[in-house]
Design a protein around this ligand. Structure first.
Ligand code: UDP
Length: 343
């Protein structure tokens, strides 16, 4: 039996592929390489170039492999982009998840793990970490597009022999501690990536989006989770589904928030470099504070995070960022060599 990872050439997906291989699973990757990289997919995984919205390639992948579970990472994730191009987000995130789920059900694939997001909650009402049962009031089309997918999966699971776990990610950051993969996406907009680029003098400084939030220092607060712990939650979700677990929607975060300014301090401290900080207006669609209560994942999935440390997140992120240009070139050469010798 093999596991299909959609978006396996991307940031979180490529960490997932490594974790599955480390766990001895057979892995099939489907990725259209819109933001991911072919070289980010380990040679042990079987790779298909294609879109999850393409019914023909799904049919081919399902016919050529014995897939028992799908881990669906492919999707668009940039909040401001979703505000500017909402229908693209509903298409890529919601429409294609519908197509993938329906193809899975038709092919008799019973297990599905879905990448959802804390953006389904919108603004949190109080300072308490948010529970899955909190009101679902996304502030942007990105969050809506993921929430709509959760609802579809829930209804599909009630009607068919099909079970899913949707993991609501909080702010995923950091890189594989063994240095095999990391965040390589061009033009990434996420705070830790931007701050690491600034610490390495790849950009002139960092803009802080909003200083007048109702948070201790006025800047946005987020629950930053190490990507290694996040992919581990997926491994746990996979075991849970395989042992017959019921459909589940669970938060993935540490339950503690850091402000933008605290993150910038951590990057300066760990990176050993100062950089400029400009204070600007709020970014459209942003919530003030987003912190997880992840008791459910810990209890039902038996998830035990082991990298709950902002400095470790930043250290692995900087280390990856430092070698990124060289690594991209090296990995590309290695891939070309691998493909040439396979011909
Ligand atoms: N942020 C910022 N400057 C940046 C990027 C992000 O001040 O260049 C802030 C953003 O407003 C939010 C937090 O950092 O409060 C995390 O944003 P990010 O884009 O990393 O993730 P999101 O929470 O939007 O998924």
């Amino acid at each position: 039996m093999a596991v299909l990872v959609t978006g396996g050439a991307g940031y979180i997906g490529s960490h997932m592929v490594w974790a599955l291989i480390d766990a001895g699973e057979d892995v099939v990757v489907l990725d259209r390489l819109s933001t991911g990289f072919r070289w980010a997919v380990p040679g042990e995984a079987k790779f298909y170039l294609g879109d999850v919205g393409d019914a023909a390639i799904l049919k081919q992948v399902f016919a050529e492999n014995e897939i028992d579970a799908i881990l669906h990472f492919a999707g668009s994730i940039v909040v401001p982009q979703s505000v500017a191009h909402p229908l693209d987000y509903y298409d890529n995130n919601t429409g294609k998840t519908r197509l993938l789920a329906s193809a899975a059900i038709e092919a008799g694939i019973k297990h599905f793990v879905f990448s959802s997001t804390a953006a389904v909650y919108g603004d949190q009402k109080d300072d308490e970490p948010v529970l899955e049962s909190a009101p679902l009031l996304p502030k942007n089309p990105y969050g809506q597009s993921k929430l709509m997918s959760e609802l579809m999966l829930r209804d599909a699971a009630a009607a068919h022999d099909f079970r899913f776990v949707a993991l609501r990610y909080f702010n995923v950051a950091g890189a594989d501690p063994l240095g095999r993969t990391g965040l390589s996406t061009e033009g990434a907009t996420h705070l830790i990536k931007i701050a690491c680029e600034a610490a390495l003098a790849k950009r002139s400084g960092v803009d802080v989006f909003g200083t007048d939030y109702a948070t201790p220092d006025g800047t946005g607060v987020r629950d930053y989770i190490h990507v290694t712990d996040l992919v581990d939650a997926h491994l746990k979700a996979l075991s849970y589904l395989r042992r017959g677990g019921e459909p589940l929607i669970a938060n993935c975060g540490y339950g503690r928030g850091y402000s933008v300014l605290e993150v910038l301090e951590a990057v300066k401290r760990v990176g050993g470099q100062r950089f400029g900080v400009r204070y600007g207006p709020r970014r459209p669609g942003d919530a003030a504070s987003v912190v997880a209560n992840a008791t459910l994942a810990r209890r039902l999935l038996e998830w035990k995070p082991r990298h709950d440390d902002l400095d470790l997140i930043v250290e692995t992120a900087i280390r990856w960022e430092k070698g990124l240009a060289d690594r991209k070139a090296d990995n590309l050469h290695a891939l070309q060599h691998r493909l040439a010798s396979a011909r």
